[in-house]
Design a protein. Structure first.
Length: 215
C-alpha cells in the first residue's frame, strides 16, 4: 500500500516577527491532522516561545488548551522551550544595542505567572557532558546525512572532528562564559559537512580539512 505518512511531531521556531495569524495557521494544520488521526497523539513543539511578540496567544494555547476560544483536541500535546529570563536578559521591548562581538545578554520576554508555573528548568549543558554529547550527535548525524557524512571517511577523522569541536566549545566556555555555548552552535558545525561534501572533496580540500575545522 502506497500511503504517505505525515509526522506526528510538528515544530515551530518562534521569533519576534511571527504573527498571530502565522501561529494559528501552523496550529490549525496540526489540529486538522490530530482530528483525523484521533487514535494517535500528535505533538506540537514551540521553540524559543518567549521571544514571541504575541505571548497572549501562546498562553492560551499552552495554559488554557484553547486557540482563540476553541478547545484543542485531546490527542494534541503541546510543549514549548524557552530561553531563561535572567539578570543578563534584555526584554524585547528594550532598545539596548550591543557593539560586542559576542552578546552576553539575549532578548526574551519575561513569562507571565501562569506560564512561569509550568516551567521545568533543565540547566546548562555541563562542560564534562559535552564530549559524550558530541559523540552521540555524530552517530545521529551519520544516520541523517548518510553519504554526505562520508567527508569524514575514517574513524580517525571522526575522532579528530569530535576533539576539535570539543576544544572550540571549551575555549568559548572558559574564555567567554557558559552561555556562549549552545546546541545550536554544535549543530552549525555539523551543517558544514554537507557544504564541504557538495562543493567537492578533492585532495587539496581534504589535505586542508584539519585546518578548516580549526578555523
Amino acid at each position: 500500500v502506497n500511503t504517505p505518512l505525515q509526522p506526528l511531531f510538528r515544530k515551530l521556531l518562534v521569533h519576534p516577527s511571527l504573527s498571530n495569524a502565522a501561529v494559528k495557521s501552523f496550529l490549525d494544520d496540526a489540529i486538522d491532522f490530530a482530528e483525523k488521526m484521533h487514535f494517535w497523539e500528535v505533538v506540537v513543539f514551540f521553540d524559543e516561545v518567549n521571544t514571541t511578540s504575541c505571548p497572549g496567544l501562546f498562553k492560551e494555547i499552552i495554559v488554557d488548551g484553547t486557540c482563540e476560544g476553541i478547545k484543542l483536541p485531546e490527542n494534541l500535546f503541546v510543549v514549548a522551550a524557552i530561553n531563561p529570563y535572567t539578570d543578563n536578559s534584555v526584554d524585547r521591548c528594550s532598545e539596548t544595542v550591543s557593539t560586542e562581538a559576542y552578546r552576553t545578554e539575549y532578548h526574551v520576554h519575561r513569562l507571565g505567572s501562569e506560564m512561569e508555573k509550568r516551567v521545568w528548568k533543565y540547566g546548562q549543558l555541563r562542560l564534562q557532558d559535552m564530549g559524550p554529547y558530541i559523540r552521540a550527535k555524530i552517530e545521529l548525524e551519520k544516520s541523517i546525512l548518510k553519504d554526505k557524512f562520508s567527508i569524514l571517511r575514517k574513524d580517525k577523522e571522526e575522532d579528530l572532528f569530535a576533539k576539535l569541536l570539543l576544544k572550540a566549545l571549551q575555549f568559548s566556555y572558559e574564555k567567554i562564559g557558559a552561555r556562549s555555548v549552545s546546541q545550536r552552535d554544535i549543530q552549525r558545525m555539523f551543517n558544514t559537512l554537507p557544504f564541504i561534501y557538495e562543493h567537492g572533496v578533492q585532495a587539496d580540500i581534504r589535505d586542508r580539512f584539519e585546518i578548516a575545522l580549526l578555523v
